[in-house]
Design a protein around this ligand. Structure first.
Ligand code: GLC
Length: 476
């Protein structure tokens, strides 16, 4: 059987470098596809950032180097390789662009990712890998699809490469002044109409227009982005290309997120043996200087502290909510306003509220395992992974019905695995929180719900099949 060749292009991938859910999906989806059958040869290419740890770098194999045209210059491009869980990762090296602190937020991000995307196409002869499917993720990888269609596809080896573009968040589109079209991005004026939107270069729009298929990370979000409330200006483009669009719900890595084996936890457990979860709770309360009270429910939030995560609902309702017997644990970083708000809230409610302003994967799993309720009231959420991880660790999710939250958490009242509310409204959120707190006091019913949450299937199995079907359609 001929193995199909898939090349993922992304700006981050776990475990090498991660700032959010994108990295986890790149790491775990590629692994799931590679594990599923011998049908796929899955490879991933990301930039070699300074922050990729030495322990990994030591194991990288140098493949070679080439030069890559960026604007009017030719830039050095080195390629390193590392094979993990059946997936081959490539790292594009250029110290001028990537030996910096942080993956994003530099004045020349447009140029940095133009270099990266152009490199993806230039290194194909070097790594001797011309994929059947070039699967680009988010705006930082959009130019790889655009360069393929505008420059490379006239060359024999590139001619049959099909492109898939996945939107993990439509909010970040890669917008630049139209003046940069030729001299910086190296796109011929003939293609201006493809990448131009509202008078600017819009790389996400360009990829939507030129790809063979595009996807988002949940079916509900695929519908939502046809609507101006969610689309950040791109609804017309999404609708125009609707025939190429589908939504496939993300999964999570069940080996990595496994309460039965996770070494970060204070005790291990599974759905058939929940008692050790109480140990996780007690230790969490001790560690965070909360009152050690087994019967007080812990409500947790692990989130970037940014607006669309629904934090304004929390700030509006939390004082009233804290009149009931509950504790609140918040872990995350982000906007100064929220960092200060939650730090101050913790100071006002010593031993009942803990706010940890940090990004800490180990601590996050200690919280997922020690908490009882996980709150995720996002205004919009393409998929969201935290509600799935929380469920896997037996912590019942309360979500707003949007995007992937709606596709993964179903209301308890209708026999579901958590609690949900529809309108973006603090009182509605507070109401379901009260419902959850009330059910928590009915221990038998609560434990049943915990088991139900833990038994929900959030593996990649079904979702990977969705991608397989898509790839098959394109290659047949
Ligand atoms: C982005 C989205 C998030 C999604 C993740 C992985 O971070 O905001 O909802 O889960 O990408 O696809």
């Amino acid at each position: 059987m001929k193995r199909e060749k898939i090349l993922f292009v992304a700006s981050e991938a776990s475990p090498f470098i991660a700032t959010g859910g994108l990295a986890e999906v790149i790491g775990s989806l590629s692994k799931a596809l590679a594990a599923k059958s011998k049908r796929y040869d899955v490879r991933v290419v990301i930039p070699l950032y300074m922050e990729i740890k030495q322990e990994y770098r030591e194991q990288f194999k140098f493949i070679g180097n080439t030069t890559v045209p960026v604007a009017w210059r030719n830039q050095y491009c080195g390629v390193f390789e590392y094979v993990k869980d059946g997936v081959t990762f490539y790292f594009v090296d250029n110290e001028y662009y990537f030996k910096r602190k942080g993956c994003y937020g530099h004045f020349d991000d447009g140029e940095r990712f133009a270099f990266f995307c152009r490199s993806v196409l230039e290194i194909m002869p070097l790594i001797d890998f011309y994929p059947d499917i070039l699967h680009c993720h988010d705006w930082q990888a959009a130019l790889a699809a655009i360069y393929l269609k505008t420059i490379y596809c006239r060359t024999e080896e590139y001619r049959n490469i099909k492109t898939v573009f996945t939107i993990h968040n439509i909010e970040y589109q890669g917008k630049y002044s139209i003046d940069n079209l030729q001299w910086l991005f190296g796109i011929d004026g003939y293609y201006q109409g493809m990448v131009e939107y509202n008078g600017c270069i819009n790389l996400m729009k360009g990829a939507i227009e030129c790809c063979d298929r595009f996807t988002t990370v949940s079916p509900t979000y695929a519908e939502e982005i046809k609507n101006p409330y969610f689309s950040h200006g791109l609804d017309a483009m999404v609708c125009r290309n609707e025939a190429k669009l589908c939504g496939i719900l993300n999964g999570i890595d069940y080996e990595y997120y496994n309460p039965a084996t996770d070494k970060a936890l204070f005790a291990n457990y599974d759905a058939t043996n929940l008692a050790p979860k109480a140990v996780c709770k007690e230790q969490l309360q001790r560690m965070l200087n909360l009152q050690v009270r087994p019967d007080t429910p812990i409500v947790a939030m692990i989130t970037r502290l940014v607006d669309h995560k629904g934090l304004d609902l929390v700030t509006a309702a939390i004082d009233e909510a804290l009149e009931e017997d509950m504790q609140l644990v918040i872990l995350g970083t982000g906007e100064g306003y929220y960092e200060h708000y939650f730090t101050e809230l913790a100071a006002r409610h010593p031993q009942r509220v803990a706010a940890i302003i940090a990004f800490n994967p180990e601590l996050s799993r200690q919280i997922y395992s020690g908490a009882d309720i996980f709150l995720m009231p996002s205004k919009s959420e393409p998929c969201g992974l935290s509600q799935m991880i929380a469920s896997r660790y037996g912590t019942v999710a309360i979500v707003r019905e949007t995007g992937g939250l709606k596709d993964s958490i179903k209301p308890y009242g209708a026999g579901g695995n958590g609690f949900t509310f529809a309108n973006y409204n603090a009182h509605d959120m507070h109401y379901v929180l009260k419902e959850a707190l009330a059910l928590y006091r009915q221990t038998d019913k609560w434990n049943e719900l915990v088991k139900k949450a833990m038994d929900t299937d959030f593996t990649w199995k079904k979702s990977a099949e969705g991608y397989e079907m898509l790839y098959r359609e394109l290659t047949n």
